[in-house]
Write a protein that binds this ligand. Sequence first.
Ligand code: LLP
Length: 428
Amino acid sequence: MSEGAGAGAGSDFDEAVAPENPPVRRLAAWDAAELEGLADEYDTPLYVMDLGRVRENCQRLREAFPAADVRYAAKAHAGRAVLETVREAGLGIECASAGEVERAFAAGAHGSAVQYTAVNPPGGDLDHVVDRWRDAPDLTVTVGARDTVDRLRDRGFDGRLCVRVNPGVGAGHHEKVTTGGHAKFGVPYSEAESVVADARDDFDVVGIHAHAGSGISGDDLSAHREVVRRMGDLARAVGEFVDLEFVDVGGGFGVPYREDEPPLDLAAVAEATREALGDVDAQLAIEPGRYVVADAGVLLATVNTVKHAEEYETVVGIDAGMTTLLRPAMYDAYHAIRNLSTEDEDESAIPVTVAGPICETSDVLCEHRPLARPSRGDRLAVGNAGAYGYEMASTYNSRPRPAEVVLEPEPRLARRRETIADLTELDV
Ligand code: LLP
């Protein structure tokens, strides 16, 4: 685990500039009594999503990129209440699968707001999306390989097509989320122009797309600039022979997972994006996922075991782990953790390992982290769990997936807790 500043670390930036819509919502800002009440009522592990915060995040994006088409990457959180909220806030929805396309429509999205990004798409996904397109001819399909173009043609699709390009440059908080430059994604930059040229007779080529990875951070915008610059060049080149509607430069807008990390300066990112794109005869499009939902969600858990040992750090065993929130196990990701059940959060803190109920060494949410003296029955909150939390949950170890409550602001159950009966149901 890579660990840094502990809970409650100070910061030297001003988050109160826009008190009604601050650039980040820290774990400390959540109301402990309210969260404890939710844990009592709905049991744990429990995801809590504040839809008001989702709305604020959408609003800040739209204000920073007023001329852009902002499309929410549904893979960060595809729950219906969230999709409805982003749709109502005027964002489009970028979908990674037929399932996400279906959920976007179920949340009331119009075809014109739906963009399906096909990554090595299984035939069933293409069948499904092409069927959907017959009723919603405004939806857009983004292709990242010539094969996908052929397979769409074979299915009679002649609608709105966007070509995903491998920008040759990547960025990410971890190598596993660095996309641009990885051979898996997009047609090679050097072939992009010819793929567009070949597609224009059979399809309505409306856009070009690139996604560098999940790593746009304040300290280093250089990879982002370079990707956008290349996309600007490509847009000018293909603009000679197709009427592009948009240039989509992907998502990857970072959020501060650590308490002492400053929030992303969206205005600076927007300025850098406009500058790097240059003059293009097409609309800019962006696809933020995590930025929209990360700090709108927390994961609640209950302490079931506290194990002190002379030779080891104290282990705090909880009912949530890698099957509930995979990011620490998969990316060594840092998530702030707070004990909601103690008054003196800073004073009684001891270094702990917080571990889940899964029989895997990597089932650990943090190590060497100060946590207010935990005891059995305490409720813990894990911050920034709104993005890639529930979506990456699994039933490994036959552990049913958690429930989710949304705050509107009144709480309501948005996804019911899975049961052991749900698990055995699939056996035939
Ligand atoms: N657009 C495309 C084409 C993408 O592939 C992704 C993310 C996004 C937009 C949104 O990226 P975001 O703004 O959320 O960073 N599970 C990992 C993240 C994987 C992202 C994959 N693609 C995590 O938990 O960090």
